[in-house]
Design a binder for this molecule. Structure first.
Ligand SMILES: [Mn+2]
Length: 341
């Protein structure tokens, strides 16, 4: 086995004695869950004693991934013991692992495998690649270097991580490498049709009626460049985070907002861009934050006031670009960038 320095460090991490706690970030997405399960598959082949945990519940739509039941939810089943080794997958900062931080002390050796742009290198070993589409893709490379047998748990974990972090092969991080890895995972037995069905075409009836209610309240502004949808408390469902994408997917729309009622006269605003406009500037002005293409904040006022404020902010940003609607529109398909959460 020929190994580069980082892989050699990982190899020694795997070969030294001591139980491993492997974790990923709170509010876990497909890459967090998939990478964790794939890493668990590696630990199994090294016959290491380990625990897989997340300080949160894992959405049940991922329950088809082999090994899903092995992930311990620290919210309902906390851990208080100190582990000699901690592996953190897909978390740009250690604070994102939540209560799992209680399981480390100054003697714990920390391994950090991640791809977040703002990764802060908190590990003793940091296998961080900010250019790569998903943490799962880093783990795939490590499996190759360590000559790991790609079991169904590893294959499905990695495939789910890459599929979800590329927005179903939609974002600009959808590289030939991402597709090649997924191709090889399919040849190892992953059923791509099953994965897509389970993750994206298995919505609850409640979520779909909630979506339908919010879309029926959709309004278009700024010559059709802006769409705003909203949801009140009565029609709220937990899986509504992706509703904003439906407003943004309309032909000609480059900026989208999704306004959700938290309590009376208090709203959560999700902002999305598929042009050069940086919506994190708007979110920050309103006391929130986020990324260039996806950000969020809250606002106190009536729905009408909240909506008016969003329209004002969008209008201002459109004017600041000095571009015509046609010019903004031409950016639409070049700017669908990945957002790592
Ligand atoms: Mn990720």
């Amino acid at each position: 086995m020929v190994m580069d320095k980082l892989t050699a460090e990982l190899y020694s991490f795997l070969n030294t004695t001591g139980k491993v706690l492997a974790v990923s970030h709170q509010s876990p997405d497909g890459d967090a869950i998939g990478s964790l399960l794939a890493f668990g598959g590696i630990l199994e082949q090294y016959e290491i004693d380990y625990v897989l945990a997340i300080d949160d519940s894992c959405p049940s739509k991922y329950d088809f991934i082999p090994g899903y039941d092995k992930i311990r939810n620290l919210k309902s089943d906390p851990l208080t013991t100190i582990f000699p080794k901690l592996a953190v997958l897909d978390a740009g900062s250690i604070s994102r692992i939540g209560s799992a931080q209680a399981c480390i002390d100054s003697n714990t050796r920390i391994l950090n495998i991640d791809h977040h742009f703002a990764s802060d290198f908190y590990g003793h070993i940091n296998i961080v690649d900010t250019e790569i589409c998903a943490t799962a893709a880093i783990i795939y490379d490590l499996c190759q270097k360590l000559e790991i047998d790609i079991t169904p748990q590893i294959a499905y974990g990695l495939y789910v991580g890459i599929l979800t972090d590329t927005g179903r092969f939609r974002y600009s991080n959808t590289s030939s490498k991402a597709l090649n890895i997924c191709g090889s995972l399919v040849s190892k037995g992953v059923n791509p049709s099953l994965v897509t069905e389970r993750l994206f075409f298995n919505t609850s009836a409640d979520a779909l009626s909630s979506l339908s209610w919010s879309l029926s309240n959709m309004l278009l502004y700024c010559d059709g460049l802006v769409s705003i949808i909203s949801l009140d408390r009565e029609h709220f469902v937990k899986d509504s985070e992706n509703f904003v994408d439906f407003g943004l997917s309309i032909e000609g729309v480059v900026l989208g907002a999704f306004i959700t009622e938290i309590e009376e006269n208090h709203y959560k605003i999700s902002l999305r861009s598929r042009c050069s406009i940086d919506v994190s500037d708007i979110a920050r002005r309103l006391g929130g934050g986020g990324h260039q293409k996806a950000s969020g904040c809250t606002y106190k006022g009536t729905l009408e006031e909240t909506r008016a404020r969003v329209i004002d902010e969008f209008t201002l940003e459109i004017q600041k670009t000095g571009l015509t609607p046609r010019e903004l529109l031409s950016q639409q398909y070049q700017k669908i960038n990945a957002v790592y959460s």
